[in-house]
Design a protein around this ligand. Structure first.
Ligand SMILES: Nc1ncnc2c1ncn2[C@@H]1O[C@H](COP(=O)(O)OP(=O)(O)O)[C@@H](O)[C@H]1O
Ligand SMILES: [Mg+2]
Length: 361
């Protein structure tokens, strides 16, 4: 078990501990959290749970917190920064103007204002958002990932011969299991074709087709900029899902609370992993984090076969940060409670060596 200890890069460049007081939490305009959870159903709360947990925890920790909802303009963000001079922006935006591919522009804008912020840098967000590009980077670094092909809109559907069924069909850019269902696992060319068309239409993106990896589903959190802390391996337990269904994290499995409780689906520390797997996951997570140039915090998704072979599915920069979600729970299991986790992300945001800091100190 890895215990948490405060590494050097949680400190400011002058090496004095940072105590942030003014924290500007930037969220999607529709996810500004209410003052209290009263009167909301669990399914409603789920939408803005991370925002609520972060704002209430930072306030309880003594920070002066303001929340700003952003939809399609950065004008207000700029003026709040100019007037209030927050020590840090806690960045919870995952899109801009409804476009997920624009998520990296917000931290890029903050960097141009010389404003420290939490989470991943713009380049890491841009690269990790593109699953096809990530897989090319993984191949260069010999990081094991399922064999794959990318289908671009308008191109003839040609399936490389070396790809073996069953195959898995998903968007190259969407996350949160958007467009992922039992039908994402395909056994033949006809269902492959149908699902590729479905993803083109529904997700409005290019399509990634991978070999389907049967096995356990493990998540590994990493925190840091230069020095990295790896969190305990977490596992999604598919509970008593019917055996005629593939054990995959579909949209329902991830987000439908009734479905999860009906089948006893939940996540917990991974136990009894085959020999050597934890060490592999540790090495791989760090290599992936560095290969993609991530900063702040991230979570890697893996599949682990019964024979102990490990495959990375994707890297999530700025993963979901609600207190009861995998990332925060695995941090807590390493001795890093939620308020400390948030404080650590703030310190890392403050200490991040962005280009302006490198040049002007
Ligand atoms: N090649 C694959 N083999 C087996 N399962 C997969 C594969 N790719 C994705 N999955 C399943 O689909 C889920 C979502 O895929 P992922 O690539 O992590 O996308 P997302 O960004 O939506 O989380 C995974 O957690 C896993 O359960
Ligand atoms: Mg995932």
């Amino acid at each position: 078990m890895i215990r948490y200890s405060e590494p050097m890069d949680a400190r400011s460049p002058s090496n004095t501990p940072v105590k942030c007081r003014r924290v500007l939490v930037v969220v999607h305009a529709s996810l500004v959290p209410p003052e209290s959870l009263e009167g909301y159903t669990p399914q409603q709360i789920q939408d803005w749970r991370a925002e609520y947990d972060i704002v209430s925890t930072l306030r309880a920790s003594g920070h002066d917190v303001r929340v700003l909802g952003v939809l399609d303009s950065l004008v207000e963000l700029r003026s709040v920064i100019a007037e209030w001079e927050p020590h840090v922006v806690f960045n919870l935006l995952e899109e801009f103007d409804g476009i997920v591919a624009y998520d990296q522009h917000v931290p890029a804008f903050l960097e141009m204002l010389r404003q420290p912020y939490t989470g991943c840098n713009p380049r890491g967000l841009l690269i990790s958002r593109d699953k096809a590009l990530c897989k090319q980077v993984f191949a260069f670094h010999r990081i094991p990932t399922p064999q794959f092909a990318v289908f671009r809109r308008g191109q003839r559907l040609h399936v490389p011969k070396q790809l073996r069924y069953p195959l898995f069909v998903k968007s190259t850019t969407d996350d949160a299991s958007l467009g992922i269902a039992q039908a994402s696992v395909v056994e033949d060319a006809a269902s492959l074709r149908a699902r590729v068309e479905f993803v083109f239409d529904q997700n409005n993106s290019d399509v990634l087709v991978e070999e389907y990896i049967e096995g356990r589903e493990c998540y590994v959190g990493v925190i840091g900029n230069e020095r990295l802390t790896r969190l305990p391996v977490w596992e999604l337990d598919f509970g008593s899902m019917p055996s005629n269904q593939s054990a995959i994290a579909t949209r329902k499995v991830k987000w439908d609370l009734d479905y999860r409780s009906r089948y006893g689906i939940g996540s917990r520390p991974a136990v009894d992993l085959p020999a050597g797997v934890e060490a592999q996951l540790d090495r791989l997570s760090r290599r992936i984090y560095r290969a993609l140039g991530l900063s702040g915090f991230a979570r890697m998704d893996f599949r682990v076969r019964a024979d102990g072979s490990v495959f990375v599915l994707e890297a999530n920069a700025n993963p979901h940060l609600a207190a009861h979600e995998d990332f925060a729970r695995s941090a807590a299991a390493a001795g890093l409670g939620y308020p400390q986790l948030l404080q650590r992300l703030i310190s890392l945001g403050h200490a991040y060596r962005s280009p302006w800091r490198v040049l002007y100190g």
